[in-house]
Design a binder for this molecule. Structure first.
Ligand code: NAD
Length: 486
């Protein structure tokens, strides 16, 4: 008799056998194996064990999209939005449980933002030119098959946001999601496919891998059917994709600085910064990562931050925390350098404090500390609710240091000021894709700020706040001497 056994079950058995072996370390983490192929008995549609098979299935999905009217595509997108709103709490909870990162309430908000503010087919606008020589039509056509690499920090949000834009543009899409967020990413892939089926589209419109690896990413990058690569992640993967020889959109790392000058509304600036920095435990790449505060307002700023859920670390606590959240790693060149401890990324402030033996109130959502500019808390993209504050004398010093701390990512920067000259000087100097004035960072992706949202912010390749039109290619059709009616 053949017995069917899932990969998750195999993992569980392996783990329990390992635990009984001599010398096995005591299991301290509560980590469990995640099933990337089903949720509560519902098998995910569009999830494959082999990248070549996934691409072949995506090609079929693409053919179906090409045969659809724009109205039909829009029906599918409307259903994706509806299901995303309805199932946001499930994905938020699953995302936190699987990755151990972020906050359920904030992840729900992120999914609702994706459902409500990701542009659909209305984003694709043709244009025309007429003149003595007739009419020229310019249309935004699909690329074909898109290969999308997605992060662990906004996993299902990115899958759904990219799917809406890519389908609106008429493409097929295959995902190679982050291995640490594979169950929730594939939940989102299945959601898109369920929406397609419910709205009269194919049962498998978008595809993914049951076990994504570097190798499956590499097959995707070199496959002749993949015409566009979209990579949302850290510097390593963006570099790899941009070196693929294919058209690629790279949405890479940030390290957003915030300047607070002496004209700012300090109580508001303090609240906005803590709201933004602690949002989903600082996982968003746009979130405030370090503050440059004028010396004359720094004490006030810290005072109001503490009134808004910030805990001021002592020098000793800062040093103790540094030893926990940064760990030594030997690079390929044999040099030892400090890198972020992935086990601390996206954790609650109280969990981080617990690691140094300090209990803090449950209303503490951010840890602040005063450091100098060279401190690794300033220089590294921590993605944790830890916010270093560096005192500066004037706007020139603030801009100089903030630009250096941004490391040329040209990703995101923030400023709290009423001095238009200061705001303009910093915006010009830092050259980021997103620049937020007098608001929490998330205003920059349409949450309390004007404009559409995205979870793929393409600074390096210039598409910026990506939307459906970013996933299109221009095509021109010329009718010489006719259709010119004046
Ligand atoms: P990560 O860089 O660890 O991984 C991203 C994805 O790339 C994963 O699927 C991973 O398995 C894969 N990968 C890694 N190296 C690869 C390689 N050489 N070839 C092929 N695939 C590879 O990302 P993460 O830690 O989940 O996300 C955090 C990083 O991503 C941060 O630096 C953050 O700023 C950035 N990010 C940027 C944006 C943006 O829109 N610009 C959005 C989210 C996250």
């Amino acid at each position: 008799m053949a017995i069917e056994i899932s990969e998750a079950q195999i993992n569980q058995i392996v783990q329990s056998v390992l635990k009984t072996m001599p010398g096995a370390k005591e299991e301290k983490s509560t980590q469990r194996a995640w099933d990337s192929t089903q949720y509560e008995g519902r098998t995910f549609a569009g999830v494959f064990t082999d990248m070549n098979t996934a691409i072949a299935a995506t090609q079929e999905g693409y053919k179906a999209v090409r045969a659809m009217s724009v109205e039909q595509r829009e029906k599918i997108i409307a259903e994706i939005r509806r299901l995303t709103r309805a199932e946001a709490p499930i994905m938020a909870k699953l995302g936190v449980e699987e990755t151990g990162m972020g906050r359920v309430d904030h992840k729900i908000a992120k999914h609702l933002l994706v459902a409500d503010k990701t542009p659909g087919t209305e984003d694709i606008q043709p244009s025309a030119r007429t003149g003595d020589s007739g009419l020229t039509l310019i249309e935004m056509a699909p690329f074909g098959l898109v290969g999308s690499i997605t992060p662990s920090t906004n996993p299902s949000e990115t899958v759904i946001c990219n799917s809406i834009g890519m389908i609106a543009a008429g493409n097929g899409v295959v995902f190679n999601p982050h291995p640490n967020a594979i169950a929730v990413s594939n939940y989102a892939v299945d959601l898109v496919n369920r929406a397609s089926k419910a709205a009269g589209g194919p049962e498998v419109l978008v595809c993914s891998m049951a076990k994504p690896t570097m190798e499956s990413a590499s097959i995707m990058q070199s496959h002749p059917l993949i015409k566009l690569l979209v990579c949302t992640g850290g510097p390593g993967v963006v570099k790899a994709v941009l070196s693929s020889g294919k058209k690629a959109i790279g949405a890479g790392a940030g390290n957003p600085p915030v300047i607070v000058d002496d004209t700012a509304d300090i109580p508001k600036a303090a609240k906005d910064i803590i709201d933004g920095c602690s949002f989903d435990n600082n996982l968003p790449c746009i979130a405030e990562k370090e503050v440059f505060a004028f010396d004359c307002i720094a004490d006030d700023l810290i005072h109001y931050m503490r009134q808004n859920g910030a805990y001021l670390l002592s020098r000793e606590q800062t040093e103790a925390l540094e030893k926990i959240v940064l760990v030594e790693q030997t690079g390929k060149d044999g040099k030892v350098r400090k890198v972020i401890n992935r086990k601390c990324v996206g954790r609650d402030a109280a969990v981080l404090m617990d690691k140094i033996g300090v209990k803090v109130d449950s209303n503490i959502r951010c840890l602040i500390c005063e450091t100098d500019f060279n401190h690794l808390f300033v220089q590294e993209e921590l993605m944790m609710p830890i916010l270093p504050i560096v005192r500066v004398h004037d706007i020139s010093e603030a801009i100089d240091l903030a630009v250096k701390a941004e490391h040329g990512n040209r990703h995101t920067a923030h400023m709290h000021s009423k001095n238009v000259d200061h705001l303009t000087r910093f915006a010009r100097a830092v050259e980021t894709t997103i620049f937020v004035k007098n608001a929490p960072s998330y205003a920059g992706i349409g949450f309390g700020g004007e404009g559409h949202t995205t979870f793929t912010i393409a600074g390096p390749t210039g598409e910026g706040i990506t939307s459906a039109r970013s996933f299109t290619r221009q095509r021109r059709c010329v009718m010489a001497d006719s259709f010119h009616i004046i």
